[in-house]
Design a protein. Structure first.
Length: 112
């Protein structure tokens, strides 16, 4: 699992991923499928500046979803949510679709 030493590194990582995803979408003429992967492990309860990392990730991703082009299909996958000792603990939470609301709801209910 990844560990971030401060909030700016976490946000920088999310921002870099979003720029790469959105940049790739704009470069392609066809609709893209975008899979968002969220760390759902217990380490996400760790805090940076008094805020749980999972809350920062949820807030950032929820805002990011509003910027993804409406014709792009998105999906959501998590890892580390069920078994902290298993590297196979990967869950496809939302299949690819254009339904932003379903992904936002899944993010809101995600508990590491």
């Amino acid at each position: 699992m990844f560990c971030y030493s401060n909030k700016s590194r976490l946000l920088s990582g999310i921002f870099a991923c979003s720029v790469a995803v959105l940049g790739a979408e704009k470069a392609a003429a066809a609709t893209n499928d975008i899979l968002f992967i969220v760390d759902g492990s217990g380490s996400m309860w760790g805090q940076i500046d008094g805020v749980a990392k999972i809350q920062t990730a949820k807030d950032t991703m929820t805002n990011l979803l509003d910027d993804v082009p409406s014709d792009s299909r998105i999906g959501l996958m998590t890892y580390g949510t069920n078994d902290k000792k298993s590297c196979d603990d990967v869950t496809l939470v939302n299949q690819f679709s254009t339904d932003r609301g379903a992904v936002k709801t899944a993010l809101a209910t995600l508990k590491p």
